[in-house]
Write a protein that binds this ligand. Structure first.
Ligand SMILES: Cc1cc2nc3c(=O)[nH]c(=O)nc-3n(C[C@H](O)[C@H](O)[C@H](O)COP(=O)(O)OP(=O)(O)OC[C@H]3O[C@@H](n4cnc5c(N)ncnc54)[C@H](O)[C@@H]3O)c2cc1C
Length: 465
């Protein structure tokens, strides 16, 4: 008998750790609401997680078992549960962030003290830390070679879900509500977490949009990215299942361009694993710059500008559309994440950590490794980051990736009647024109050209120049 402790693997199919547990089963499946972890939660993420847990419980019930739900400290809950059910071991899927590793080390000690076997199994990554290194055995600091090796490595096939025989005959407990856990309802409309829906997304994407991915993934209205990020974050889809679907798409590709497009998507999956490795070796990078500058970067303390950025009221239409998409959907398109992150750090000159905290609060897919990786990339403080002198111009980014202004109009109703030209020219329009076109939409809160120069000076001072 094995206890399987679900954490970020909220599914039964293609769960490598659960399959390992089933080999020594029957399995007693459990989820623990841990106060220390919930302290880092936020309404959209916890709402998605609760929905995923409801689906997980249903999958177990369909198989004659159930999901045991406990609130408390896993150091106490897990040894007690294992003893109660006569289980000789506990398994879980490895998690790579600093906080998770501290928690897991404490749980390991508690289980050792109770003389209960335990096994942490790689599941959320194809290739765990230590498996893709330089010739000297060091972790890669830049993506290119890591990505190449990652793509060349063989990948495991998906694991089957456990059958009824693999599972213990247990009865579960009711799930708490968001309110029980002390969270307000999210502002965002949180997408369904059911693994069947994740599978539908994956199938639809690998049947069609994946072939346009290479060419069109930067265009936010094209809807040709997978939107699997919340599922990859919460494990409502398995990484092997995702990869296998991409391989099927590659096999079905009719042209070289189609095959390259599939590979470009696979490369993004490799970025996800690269950032997981970076965080594993540098757990402090969720709060500290990865890259050392000679002097501290003199970020500005500007609460009014930060508020305008969070509210989508900066007067830069594509930035505001992105921030409002985040509020409404708990998700934002990757290109727009890059634009708003660059705007916060290089136009408003505000510390990337403020942006990271807001994304952590609002994103359903917030993932410490990817979020810190993305922010530090944009802020030019990360590994393999955007060079400090390459500063996005929010106007030309909008012109290039939202040429018709369709994305802006979808999220900024004040500009619903504005033409594409008026949207792109907004920061340069006269006061009278702005009043006439969209009286309720703000004027730009900063001058990009001016701020660009200030940002360059700020980074040059940090470099000691
Ligand atoms: C400032 C900033 C913050 C970010 N924060 C997060 C975050 O908290 N969680 C998160 O999952 N991603 C984050 N990203 C990366 C990326 O924006 C999202 O993964 C992507 O937009 C999710 O949409 P999708 O699933 O449609 O992506 P797709 O383009 O379909 O990509 C498929 C998957 O690959 C992974 N992926 C794609 N791009 C990246 C990338 N640049 N870095 C790492 N992994 C990637 C994701 O798991 C994604 O779901 C951030 C990027 C930036 C610039």
């Amino acid at each position: 008998m094995r206890v399987h402790w679900h954490r970020r693997d909220l599914r039964v199919a293609d769960d490598r750790a659960l399959s390992r547990a089933a080999a020594d089963g029957p399995v007693v499946p459990v989820f623990v609401f841990d106060r220390n972890v919930l302290a880092h939660g936020s309404p959209p993420r916890v709402a998605f997680m609760l929905d995923a847990l409801a689906s997980l419980r249903d999958r177990y019930r369909e198989r004659g078992s159930d999901l045991i739900v406990r609130r408390g400290d896993p150091r106490e809950v897990l040894p007690a549960l294992a003893t109660e059910h006569g289980a000789d071991g506990v398994t879980w899927a490895r998690d790579y962030s600093g906080l998770a590793r501290e928690r897991d080390a404490a749980v390991r000690r508690a289980l050792d003290d109770a003389d209960i076997a335990r096994e942490a199994v790689r599941d959320t990554l194809h290739h765990g830390p230590g498996s893709i290194t330089t010739a000297d055995g060091d972790p890669y600091r830049t993506f290119t070679y890591f990505g190449r090796k990652w793509l060349d490595r063989e990948k495991e096939s998906p694991y089957d879900p456990p059958s009824a025989d693999d599972l213990a005959d247990v009865s579960g407990d009711p799930l708490p509500t968001l309110t029980d856990l002390g969270f307000d309802a999210p502002d965002a409309e949180v997408p369904p977490a059911d693994p069947d829906r994740a599978r539908e997304r994956l199938d639809a994407f690998t049947d069609g949009a994946i072939y346009r991915y290479d060419e069109r993934r930067d265009y936010p209205t094209d809807d040709c990215t997978s939107r699997l990020s919340p599922h990859l974050k919460w494990g409502t889809v398995g990484v092997r299942a995702v990869y296998a679907a991409t391989e099927d798409a590659a096999a079905a590709a009719e042209t070289d361009a189609d095959r390259e497009s599939v590979e470009e998507f696979q490369r993004q999956l490799a970025w996800r694993e690269f950032y997981a490795h970076v965080l594993f070796y540098n757990p402090e990078t969720v709060t500290e710059n990865y890259k050392a500058y000679e002097n501290p970067i003199e970020w500005r303390d500007d609460p009014a500008a930060l508020r305008a950025w969070k509210d989508g009221e900066t007067g830069y239409p594509v930035v505001d559309a992105g921030m409002r998409q985040l509020r409404e959907e708990g998700w934002m398109h990757n290109r727009v994440r890059m634009i708003v992150a660059s705007f916060l750090t290089k136009d408003l000159l505000i510390d990337w950590r403020e942006g990271y905290d807001w994304f952590r609060e609002r994103l359903v897919d917030h993932d410490a490794a990817n979020d810190a990786g993305g922010w530090q990339w944009a802020a030019s403080t990360g590994t393999d980051a955007q060079p400090y002198f390459r500063i996005f111009n929010p106007t030309t980014q909008g012109e290039r990736f939202d040429p018709d202004g369709e994305y802006v109009r979808a999220y900024v109703p004040e500009l619903a009647d504005a033409t594409a030209g008026q949207i792109h020219d907004w920061p340069d329009l006269s006061l009278a024109d702005r009043e006439r076109i969209a009286p309720d939409y703000p004027a730009p809160i900063v001058d990009h050209a001016e701020r660009r120069e200030t940002a360059l000076a700020m980074f040059e001072a940090a470099r000691g120049e």
